[in-house]
Each structure stands twice: as structure tokens, then as C-alpha cells.
Design a protein around this ligand. Structure first.
Ligand code: SAM
Length: 285
């Protein structure tokens, strides 16, 4: 391993040499704690024939460890000031490839398919730009691509919602929808003081492993049902579901058929309850 990038002194040196100031509008907070970056990379690389897609390499803190453990790293970056820095900081790694493109415009399915066709196991890793955490994750979830694992750092409060269990204040429609799509494993908590510049919030690394959908379920319909049931959080499921069906009586009878008491709130229901409610009608509405 060449000189570690994820330290305060090396990061400062690179930023000064290239006269860079972190751009807030690109969500730039650079990791300066090598132990954290290494642990994240070890979790992200899923096999000894792994190609990792990295979103936002910055000055290369995480990329360096990904290059150490993975066969190939393909990184997407939006900040045009960074290719010069990365050419320098990662010059020792010939398995790093930089693509200057907004990740939100990448054809994820095409990219993953071409890597799989070359025999790689494909994984995604990122210290995500916080301003687009959810759009990026949904793009990955909805690509319907063969991604073995998505290991990403995000703002702690956002991670808490993805991972929330029922009967907690963080639990909402996003939690249920994500848990339908993925198995989620919390990898580690990250304090705000290991970044340069230091953000206002702590972070969490989560790993998502996509699950196959249930064959009899039309996702858009299930997700519409879940969103409607959480629409007015303080109201009962009967209220929210009744509004969704525009008929309280039918709503009540379907809830009973699904074994759900009409006076409970959605926050006390698990994914299995919403699936049963969907199934009562065959297609969820
Ligand atoms: N990986 C580095 C690290 O851990 O130190 C930098 C992480 S920083 C939180 C987020 C990075 O994502 C920045 O380099 C930023 O320029 C980049 N970025 C922001 N929006 C992006 C987008 N739409 N597509 C690709 N990269 C983006």
C-alpha cells in the first residue's frame, strides 16, 4: 500500500497542492480516518473476483482501499477539479478507472450487466454525497441489476429510517419499502470528527443486499398501498387505508380479512402485514 490518503495530513497536503476547497453543493466531506475506510472497503468487496462501482471518489480515500481488495474499481465523479488529484493520489493503482459523469445519469443495469459478462461479481461502495443519498439508492434498487452488495455511508438519521423497525419513531413507508427490496445490515457508526471538513451530523454505514421480489406482487401497487397507509402518521390504519380505497367499509372488512385490527397505526405493522393486506385484494387496491 502506498501512502494512505485518508489521514488529516495527506488530505490537507493534497487539497493545498491542488488549491481545492471542499464544495458544499457536491456534498464533499473527505474521510480522514484510515481504519474506518479500510473496514468499509473490506465489507464492500464481496469476493476475490469483485468489481466495485464507487460513487464520488473525492480525492481517493476509500478508492485506495477498494483498489487494494477488489480486482477493479470504476468510480463516477462529478467534480471536474478531481481527475488531476486522483491521477496523482492513485497513480500506484492500475485497477482504478475514473468516469466523469453524474451517477444519477448512469445506465446502472447496462454497466452491471457488462461487468457480470466479464465474469466479475459486482458491488457498489460509496461515502455518499448526502444531498442525493435517497435518489442514488433508489436508482440502484430500481435498476433490477445483479448487484451483490451495496455498502454505503450516509447521514445517521437517513440510515436510521432505512433500517428502522416497527414501533419506532423513525419507522415509515421508506423503511417498509426498502425492507421489501433488501436485507439491510448496519456495518458501523461514524462520528462527525473523522471528516474534513467536519459535517454537522454523524454517519452510519449500511450494507444492502437486494432480494428477489415476490412473483405475485406488482411493486408499484404494493408501494402505493404502503405509502397511503403512512400518509397521516397519527391516524389509524382504517383512516388511511379507507381514504386510499375511498371506502371505509370495504377497508374495514379487508383489514379484518388480513388479520389487522382497524384501530392500530401503520407504525405498528411489519412488512408481512402490508403484504397480507395487499394479498387480500389480489392486487392491493
Ligand atoms: N469518497 C470520498 C471520501 O470518502 O473521502 C469523497 C466522499 S464525498 C462525501 C462525496 C463525493 O461525491 C464528492 O467527491 C462529490 O464531488 C461526489 N459527487 C457529488 N455528487 C455526485 C454525483 N451526482 N455523481 C457522482 N459523484 C458525485
Amino acid at each position: 500500500m502506498k501512502e494512505v490518503i485518508a489521514t488529516p495530513s495527506r488530505t490537507k497536503e493534497l487539497l493545498e497542492r491542488y488549491e481545492l476547497r471542499a464544495k458544499k453543493n457536491y456534498g464533499q466531506n473527505f474521510l480522514v480516518e484510515p481504519g474506518i475506510v479500510e473496514k468499509m472497503a473490506r465489507h464492500a468487496v464481496v469476493s476475490d473476483h469483485c468489481a466495485v462501482i464507487e460513487i464520488g471518489p473525492g480525492i481517493g480515500a476509500l478508492s485506495q482501499f477498494l483498489c487494494t481488495y477488489a480486482k477493479r474499481v470504476i468510480a463516477y465523479e462529478i467534480d471536474t477539479r478531481l481527475p488531476a488529484v486522483l491521477a496523482d493520489s492513485l497513480s500506484a493503482y492500475d485497477n482504478f478507472e475514473l468516469r466523469m459523469q453524474d451517477f444519477l445519469s448512469v445506465d446502472v443495469k447496462g454497466l452491471v450487466e457488462s461487468l457480470c459478462a466479464q465474469g466479475y461479481d459486482v458491488a457498489v461502495a460509496a461515502n455518499l454525497p448526502y444531498y442525493i443519498t435517497t435518489p442514488i439508492l433508489f436508482r440502484l434498487f430500481e435498476a433490477n441489476a445483479q448487484i451483490a452488495a451495496i455498502t454505503v455511508m450516509m447521514q445517521k438519521e437517513v440510515a436510521d429510517r432505512f433500517y428502522a423497525q416497527c414501533n419506532t419513531k423513525e419507522y415509515n413507508a421508506l423503511s417498509v419499502i426498502t425492507q421489501y427490496r433488501c436485507d439491510i445490515t448496519p456495518i458501523m457508526k461514524i462520528p462527525r470528527n473523522v471528516f474534513m471538513p467536519r459535517p454537522q451530523v454523524d454517519s452510519t454505514v449500511l450494507q444492502f443486499r437486494l432480494k428477489p421480489g415476490l412473483p405475485h406482487i406488482q411493486e408499484e401497487r404494493l408501494f402505493a398501498l404502503i405509502k397511503a397507509c403512512f400518509k397521516q402518521r397519527r391516524k389509524t390504519i382504517l383512516n388511511n387505508y379507507g381514504t386510499f380505497l375511498q371506502n371505509k367499509e370495504i377497508a374495514e372488512s379487508r383489514l379484518k380479512q388480513a388479520g389487522i385490527h382497524p384501530t392500530v397505526r401503520s407504525e405498528s405493522l411489519g412488512l408481512a402485514d402490508f403484504i397480507r393486506l395487499y394479498e387480500v385484494n389480489g392486487n392491493g387496491n
